[in-house]
Design a protein around this ligand. Structure first.
Ligand code: NO5
Ligand code: CA
Ligand code: CA
Ligand code: ZN
Length: 267
């Protein structure tokens, strides 16, 4: 539907492309997962408002360049709320909708972790990057390759719900696979576990939940070697109402990830 996908940059000299590690946080690939949008807004507020007050925030703003995309799926997100009644909508708004987190180009459609039926909730689209949303973010991430070096070093893609910290690969239950050595896997597991110790989520390889192919983290790592995690936020379980917690939980459940976000920026 042509809505913009905003991307914010937070840094001490934001107008300059400095020689500092870049980190990307993105939220709301899935339309109904509104708590994640609040998560990205918290990251933005914390890394701006707390610059004077919080040593760690100041250090990371000074020594990193932080990119935040609060909504990857603005059309779907608007559709989910516009009637005044929640629609339980997951996908984008292209025809019957594409599941953006099955449309990324690493091992797209390879392994039974997505659907070729346009009516399915996990429809992968007619080809990789057929969704304007994934294509736009692909182009942005590709544009951060400078002199052959990807500037973005780490990423968290926020979802709801199940309270999980997940790492690649999603398309296979193998730990070691094409593009993932044991040493690399061990680092994902170590940092994922360390982050999970701070928010009380369960740390696991993405495929331990279920197999997904065409997911964002597999692409970030598989194509760019970006240290990419996906978080499933509050609540830990539930039905469709799990996507619509009351606004009273926003502060607590976004704050819950402050330390994990700090850890990824450090790493
Ligand atoms: C995600 C994760 C496996 C990343 C997905 O319930 S969710 O749809 N938020 N889970 O299936 O893409
Ligand atoms: Ca830079
Ligand atoms: Ca900086
Ligand atoms: Zn999701």
């Amino acid at each position: 539907e042509g809505r913009d996908i905003p991307v914010l940059k937070i840094s001490d000299n934001a107008a300059k492309d400095e020689n500092e590690p870049e980190v990307l946080f993105n939220c709301n690939q899935h339309a109904r997962e509104h708590l994640t949008t609040a998560m990205c807004l918290r990251i933005i507020n914390r890394y701006t408002d707390q610059y004077q007050n919080d040593e760690q925030v100041k250090k990371m703003v000074d020594e990193r360049e932080i990119w935040v995309i609060p909504t990857v799926n603005p059309d779907g997100s608007e559709f989910d709320v516009e009637s005044g009644e929640y629609q339980g909508w997951r996908k984008n708004r292209q025809d019957t909708g594409t599941d953006l987190n099955r449309n990324w180009g690493h091992k797209w459609g390879c392994c039974g972790g997505s659907d070729d039926d346009p009516n399915s909730e996990t429809y992968r689209g007619p080809e990789k990057f057929s969704a304007p949303e994934t294509a736009a973010i692909r182009d942005f991430v590709n544009s951060r390759v400078i002199d052959g070096q990807q500037q973005i070093k780490a990423n968290i893609d926020f979802h709801t719900y199940s309270e999980l910290v997940m790492w690649p690969m999603g398309y296979t239950t193998d730990e070691v696979t094409e593009g993932m050595t044991q040493e690399e896997y061990d680092r994902f597991e170590a940092v994922g576990t360390k982050m999970a110790e701070t928010n009380g989520y369960t740390p696991q390889q993405s495929s331990a939940l279920y197999i997904t192919d065409g997911g964002i983290s597999d692409w970030m790592w598989g194509e760019h070697k970006i240290f990419a995690f996906a978080f499933e936020m509050y609540p830990s379980s539930g039905g469709v109402e799990g996507f619509y917690p009351p606004d009273e939980v926003i502060e607590e459940e976004t704050k819950r990830n402050d330390q994990a976000v700090n850890i990824l920026l450090e790493e």
